[in-house]
Design a binder for this molecule. Sequence first.
Ligand code: 5GP
Length: 207
Amino acid sequence: MINKKQGNLFIISAASGAGKTSLVKKLLTLINDLTLSISHTTRDPRPSEIDGKDYFFVTNKIFEAMMKEDKFLETAKCHGSFYGTSRNFVEEVRDAGKDIIFEIDWQGAKSIKAIFPEAISIFILPPSLKKLEERLTARGQDSEDTIKARLSAAKSEMSHVNQFDYVTINDKFDDALEELRSIIMAEKLNTKHQTNNYQKLIDQLTK
Ligand code: 5GP
């Protein structure tokens, strides 16, 4: 039995345009002690993105050096760019007893699950392919070619849905948000975590 409070790990995956980033941003404001794992990426920042907040934007050279130094828990190549989860960041946040949310693709989800089998994975689906295309276009941050490539990649990403613990359909933002919040809150209250985190209280109440 581990006596130290250990944070929960939540993985959220989806095809681009399913609304994952907006949902995660909102979740972070609603749930205490939930910290986003900020990934490193070699892709260019989108106009609204901030270095160190949305991602750590790095060159291929820096990314490769970090890989050699074993700085990543997992890495994946997605849409021609590299993405990686920082080992140090996850260890520090987790040891501080805070919950972590990973916003990563299915490959990352598989790797994180292999390292931390207790991690809870959630997949967000769009309500239809048509809606997905509309959302990717409305975002107005990617070129037409990029959108086409992302749409075809979306189908392949979504084919991994069965590997996840939970699935939510993001048709209405508020409904999807409530579903995600419910999954996270239920997992936080899981007996295994609660008995670990509140062992002292349980001892006081039962002895
Ligand atoms: P985007 O370029 O749209 O921000 O992200 C593209 C894909 O890469 C998304 O599915 C996103 O969740 C995923 N991604 C972002 N960071 C990481 C990471 O550190 N590891 C993995 N495996 N995927 C990531």
